[in-house]
Structure formats: structure tokens, C-alpha cells
Design a protein around this ligand. Sequence first.
Ligand code: PLP
Length: 372
Amino acid sequence: MIYLDYQATTPLAPEAAAAMRPWLDEKYANPHSPSREGREAAAAIEVARKQVEQAIGLSGGSLAFTGSATEAINWAIKGTVEKAPPTRNRLVTVRTEHAAVLDTCEWLQARGIDVTYLPVGSDGLVNLTDVEAALDESVALVAVMLVNNEIGVIQPVGEIAKLAHEAGALMLCDAVQALGRVPIAEGPDLVAVSGHKIHGPKGIGALWMRKGAEPAPLIHGGGQERGLRSGTLSPALAVGFGAAAKIASQSFDRDHDHIERLWKAALETLGPEWIVNGSVDERYRGNLNIRREGVDAARLISDLRDIAFSLGSACASGSGRPSHVLRAIGLSDREARSSIRLGFGRYTGEQELVTAMRRIDEAAKAQERFAA
Ligand code: PLP
């Protein structure tokens, strides 16, 4: 199998798997227990916390572990609204956000919170003038992702955070697809990340919080994570996330150069009939979302079962709904249905990528011949 679905999830780094092993086998103490073994587990979690904080790279805050980035995002949005003064009862976000943001906003909308959904251009980027126009003293939080999970475009979150602060609002950045891949700009007050998108384990995420911007807790109980997020932490998952974050920091430049080479090789192999969806320049290039006139992308995926790739978004795949992101950049339903998402990264070989691109291109041409 050639794995080209790095936006859906990434393979576990061997170093992360090795770091987790003892915490799955002999080291099973509860990290919140005062026993010697418990304190050892708690210390390992603190090392992991620092490793993830360093990979995020922002100053003036700290993070709490969560069960997923989806939880971190729910917590950030609902907990900020909960803490905000009653006059700040509006959220500002973008139409191309992940469902974790959009569905949470919709849930709050049904409970009386106003939400402004900003449009994007055909390049997938939000316009700063639109952001500025949407902001006033009624806004509690602005939620904008850094790297889009479907089309890989990079939003100007640093500038957006500045505008949010000028209006007295907080800024949440969903950096799930950005961590370890592109630098996270200073500015956001809250940053959501996920272990399994950076070669760490599934089932763990984190919310980085600027000091003073901590949202009200979403999960109540034993008072773990400074009383902000109750529940027994898994040392194995935290240590695995930490190890993956450490490698992501150390191999940032190497991974970047490797991905640039892969991107170039992929485009050269595919040829000019394939069009890149969204900005080519303001983009994380381990995401290649492309379309080709007349292609049935769902059929392409079922014709090429030994290559793992995606329709617009893994989350929307199979739902039959055209991707909300491809629609937001102005693609017709037909163009959206001709679009595929290829994701590659650290463990993708150039030769296997070229082989996959050739086979995808041939399968698309075969569809064309069949239709003629
Ligand atoms: N945000 C983005 C941009 C994502 O790509 C994903 C996962 O697909 C999430 C949030 C949710 O992350 P998790 O799987 O940790 O809940």
C-alpha cells in the first residue's frame, strides 16, 4: 500500500512507539497518585508537556492535554463563551474551518450565540479587511485555522490575532495540520493540536493557553490539569505525543526540504491537466489537493485500492456531501467531485510517490477514454 493520506492521520514515529512501550507494559501507575511510581509517571507527563509546548513554540502560556484536538477546540470555544461578559456574545470564524469548529459554533448558535462566518477567496484565503469589518466589542472569540486540512492553505493568523486583540476579543488557532509543518505565528491566545497528525498516537490532543486566557472547564471531575480538564491522563499517550513533538522540532528543516522535493516530483509527474485547488504559494506543500476535468474522484479511489488517498476531506468522505471547503473556494459540485487530496510527509519515498502519481494519472486517463 502506498500511503498518501497524511492529513487524515500520520504513521506513528518509531521513536514515539518505543517511548510509549514501557508505559503500556510495566509502568502502569496512575500519574495523579502520590506513590513513587505515580510521581515518576507524572514527571514523564511534564517532560512530554514541555516537548509539545516547545514544538508549538509560543511564549507566555502552557498547555493542557485533552483526548483529541476536537475536544480542545470544543473546550476553547465553549469555555471562552462561558467566561466572556454577556455583552460579548458573538463568534467570528471562517467557512472553511474544520467541523470541530463549525459544528461547535452551530451548537452555540442554537443556544443564542451569534456567529459570523467569513468567506474565503478562490485561493482559500480569508481577507483581512473582512476580518476587520466583522470585529467589534460584541466579539468574544475569533477562530481561524493555520493550515487547512483539505487544501493546505495557510491563513494569516498572526495578523488576525492582532485585529482580534484590537477589538478586545481572544483568538483561537486550530494548528492541528500546522504543528511540526509550518511555524506557528505569535498572536493566538489558544492553540489546538493533535498527537496523531504529527506521528504521535491517536487519542490525545492539547490546548495551549496564553496565561489569563484559559477557558472555563468543559470536563469536571478530579481536578487534573490544574483543574481545567479533569480525567486521568494516559502517560503512554502523553509520552508518545511528546516524543513525536520532539522529533518534529528536531527534523523541522529536514522534513520541510523533503516535502518540497516530493511536491515538485508529484506535480512534474502529473502534468498540466491537473489543477491545484487553493493557493499554491500560501500553502503547506505536503497537501496536494487537485482536480482534473471529467474525473470521477470516488471511482478513482475505488479503482486504486492499494493507494490510500482521499476525497476533499477524510471526515466528509462517504457522507455524499460535497466538501464545504471546495464549495467555499468557488468550485462547482462537478469540480469538487473531480478533486482528490494527496497527503505526504516524512516517511513518503520519492519513488513510491512518483509511482502513485503515474497510476493516478493513468487511471484518470482511462476514465476519460471510457467516457469518450
Ligand atoms: N482540526 C483539523 C484541521 C483537523 O484536520 C482535525 C483532524 O482531522 C481536527 C481538527 C480534529 O483532530 P482530532 O482527530 O485530534 O480530533
